[in-house]
Ligand binder design. Structure first.
Ligand SMILES: N[C@@H](CCC(=O)N[C@@H](CS)C(=O)NCC(=O)O)C(=O)O
Length: 255
């Protein structure tokens, strides 16, 4: 077990702010917390990731989350989970209690199905909340340089009806998670996705998108109660709190 906190490079909106707004760094934060490893965020803007961070690490295309492991930089949340599990996992506390393929299934579901409905809310908020150079990188990397696509989303998110419609689409995806948790409950299993009593990478992979949604702000509309904490998804709501508590994660939403 380490004594020095692990530095977890994450996505921030402003230079020098060690606050994370990205879904993937949240996954690694939950993994570290679940393994009982002390850690701290080091925030980087998209511009910093693509310029100074890439130059300093000498890793072309590096993204966050990233952790320095000895001389080596490890990035991408799934390989990071594998590394952390091999370093800090035990039989009682493992990130892969049901095997890596099980975690990969939820990771893929979260990054494809769930993310497809989160991104129309996340991308325009990130675009507006960042400094212009980072906003330009976002359009280049995530919208294939198509500014009109981003402008369309920015326009759409000025309409509360669009926010509600998109939140309903997120809830429709989350029914899969509600059913998984219900099945675990019916079988007398634990409250986390793999049916055990502490969060694993399957939980981290999904929770990352929740952590990010809580930071997203369009016209002051709170997205937590409209999505993961919605009354129609009682087990998902309780799960979201339980993961956060078990991993000891502080949201620090203020930028
Ligand atoms: N598949 C990667 C995705 C990581 C990712 O896209 N990170 C974003 C921030 S949340 C990033 O570093 N963006 C900068 C860029 O893409 O240039 C993972 O699971 O970690």
């Amino acid at each position: 077990m380490t004594t020095d906190p692990v530095t977890l490079y994450c996505l921030s909106l402003l230079p020098g702010k060690d606050v994370n707004v990205g879904p993937y760094p949240w996954k690694t934060a939950i993994d570290l917390g679940s393994l009982g490893v002390p850690w701290r965020f080091k925030g980087l803007t998209i511009e910093e990731i693509r310029t100074t961070f890439e130059a300093n690490t000498a890793v072309k295309g590096i993204t966050v989350p990233a952790i320095q492991d000895g001389e080596k930089w490890v990035f991408d949340s799934f390989p990071l989970a594998q590394l952390l599990n091999s370093k800090y996992g035990t039989e009682e506390r493992t990130l892969f209690p049901a095997g890596e393929e099980f975690a990969r299934l939820f990771d893929t579901w979260a990054d494809r199905d769930l993310a497809a409905e989160v991104i129309p809310l996340l991308a325009p908020w990130l675009f507006k909340a960042q400094q212009p150079a980072s906003a330009a990188w976002l359009v280049k990397e995530k919208m294939g340089g198509d500014q009109s696509k981003m402008d369309g989303l920015v326009n759409a998110t000025s309409d509360p009806a669009f926010i509600e419609k998109q939140a309903a689409a997120i809830r429709a995806k989350l029914i899969t998670l509600e059913r998984t948790l219900q099945a675990n409950k019916d079988e007398g299993k634990g409250q986390f996705i793999a049916g055990n009593d502490h969060p694993s990478h399957a939980d981290a992979a999904v929770w990352g998108w929740y952590g990010t949604l809580l930071a997203v702000n369009h016209m002051g509309i709170k997205l937590g109660p409209l999505t993961f904490k919605h009354e129609t998804l009682p087990l998902v709501g309780a799960w979201a709190d339980a993961v956060q508590k078990a991993a000891g994660v502080d949201l620090q939403l203020e930028q």
